[in-house]
Design a binder for this molecule. Structure first.
Ligand SMILES: Nc1ncnc2c1ncn2[C@@H]1O[C@H](COP(=O)(O)OP(=O)(O)OP(=O)(O)O)[C@@H](O)[C@H]1O
Length: 479
């Protein structure tokens, strides 16, 4: 990156150690930047009032207070100024706290100049990311996430904020609720947008290949390693690495990952030297990671590192008002403007629970397109299964999902004869999917009834604890 001298960005360095201040000043000036320095908080505040800065770089310990105070003040009062902190060696807690308070990034002492330069370039890029605002001031330029519900608006506002930081983010939400899309949006709205976004499904990689897949390997490192290969970290260098289903990482790999994140250095399998990497980590899980920590399946230190900021994607059933826009977007993508949704179909969709969230809506519409006549999708074409959001069955009643129960009134009459067959539904489109939906529902009920005590829930269902745990994972049940 070359810096435009005509609009030379100005950096504020706040540090009371003269030699470190000097090192930072020289490095920044050599990068073609203007630099102001302050020895303490009072001087920094004074300078901030008089000039605007492209970046503030502050030490944590200052003679008249803590760098954290400056982070908080800048985050609140100078929203367009990124602030990075310099932390003492080994004080991971400080770094995490600063990121939580709104710091854009951090460097640890002794300051590695290559890391410092990368940090500065990222910070300078932040304000170069184009932001198009709508009347309600939400950025729409890279909005991949469709939806205007209060929940989605909040998600977008949070994404806008998160995009201006390097802080690790954990995205939670049920399967299919848009976690990967949200991660992409954070990346696309950040200064890393021109660099790669790599999404890795941690649950899909065989344990014995994990290290090589993440960090790469040298030729001859193991049988079959015919050439040097890069791993996900190198592939995402300068950009964002998304660890999807992070709870599925085996414990041994969790240790290695923690090290890579903390040191920002990795070592290829079979290599003797380490290489530095500049990767922003976004993780995602549909599991309760804190619970995984309690159960000893996830390391607390890694949890603490990854879980600096949480972004929660609400399930689709909590934002049913988004369905119309989502359906229009999905149909537009799948069929252009040639197919529409009838009013009754929209009503039927709005009454459905969507256990598979937006992904399920996509599947329903894709299948419906095949059945739709004259360019209009009717409720029958949707072939909805499961219970509607409204009309939950009474406790104690058999919980078999009734496919036609969510269909709007006139269509319900048509479908009724099929559903009066001893309470069984009409034939499902897919028996395995149908049986899974029943199993999922029964497990959910047992968990609800036992206040999420898995041992008791397993007893209620007449299965072993391990069997239940396996089914919960397999069926991606939010517990
Ligand atoms: N708000 C949204 N607007 C448009 N499309 C969406 C939205 N949310 C999700 N999708 C679409 O739904 C599908 C599932 O989304 P995504 O893969 O991001 O979900 P996920 O939560 O990461 O799922 P999983 O936990 O199973 O990995 C994708 O095709 C995605 O494009």
């Amino acid at each position: 990156m070359t810096i435009n001298v005509a609009t030379c960005p100005r950096i504020l360095v706040v540090d009371d150690e003269a030699h470190l201040r000097e090192l930072l000043e020289i490095t920044l000036i050599k990068m073609g930047l203007d630099v102001d320095s302050a020895e303490n908080l009072a001087e920094a505040r004074q300078l901030l009032q008089n000039k605007s800065y492209a970046l503030v770089l502050t030490d944590m310990r200052l003679p008249d207070g803590s760098g954290m105070e400056l982070v908080a003040e800048i985050s609140a009062g100078y929203k367009n100024t990124p602030v990075a902190v310099i932390t003492a060696f080994g004080s991971a807690d400080n770094a995490v706290n600063a990121l939580k308070a709104g710091a854009f990034d951090y460097v640890s002492k002794p300051v590695a100049l290559d890391h410092l330069r990368k940090l500065v370039y990222s910070a300078l890029n932040i304000n170069a990311v184009p932001q198009v605002k709508t009347e309600d001031t939400q950025s729409v330029v890279a909005s991949l996430l469709i939806g205007q519900s209060a929940g989605m608006r909040q998600v977008r506002t949070q994404i806008e904020r998160l995009a201006r930081s390097m802080a690790p983010v954990i995205i939670t939400g049920e399967s299919g609720s848009g976690k990967e899309l949200a991660a992409r949006e954070i990346h696309m709205s950040s200064s890393r947008m021109s660099k790669p976004f790599i999404a890795v499904n941690c649950g899909a990689i065989p344990e014995n290949l994990m290290e090589a897949e993440f960090f790469g390997y040298r030729k001859g490192a193991f049988t079959g390693a015919m050439d040097d290969r890069e791993g996900f970290f190198q592939a995402a260098n300068g950009g964002t690495l998304m660890l999807d289903e992070v709870a599925d990482l085996p414990l041994a790999m969790q240790v290695k990952l923690l090290r890579a994140i903390q040191e920002r250095r990795i070592r290829k399998v079979g290599a003797t030297t380490e290489e530095s990497v500049d990767v922003r980590i976004i993780s995602a899980t549909h599991q309760n990671l804190a619970q995984c920590v309690r159960e000893g399946r996830f390391r607390q230190d890694l949890y603490y590192r990854l879980n600096v900021i949480e972004l929660h994607l609400p399930p689709l059933r909590e934002r049913l008002e988004d369905i119309e826009l989502l359906a229009a977007g999905i149909l537009g993508r799948l069929a252009g403007s040639s197919v529409t949704l009838s009013a009754a179909s929209l009503e039927a969709l709005r009454a459905y629970r969507f256990p598979g969230n937006v992904r399920e809506l996509e599947n329903i519409l894709e299948r419906a397109l095949a059945f739709a006549n004259e360019g209009c999708i009717q409720p029958d074409d949707l072939a909805l299964s499961g219970k509607p959001v409204t009309a939950m069955p009474e406790p104690g009643l058999p919980a078999l999902p009734v496919p036609s129960a969510s269909i709007a009134a006139p269509e319900r009459e048509k479908a009724a004869p099929h559903t009066e067959n001893f309470g069984f539904p009409e034939l499902p489109c897919s028996l395995p999917d149908y049986l899974e939906s029943i199993e999922r529902e029964m497990i959910r009920r047992a968990l609800e009834k036992t206040r999420h005590n898995r041992t008791q829930a397993a007893d209620l269902l007449g299965v072993s604890f391990r069997q239940l745990r396996y089914q919960i994972q397999k069926l991606k049940i939010q517990d």
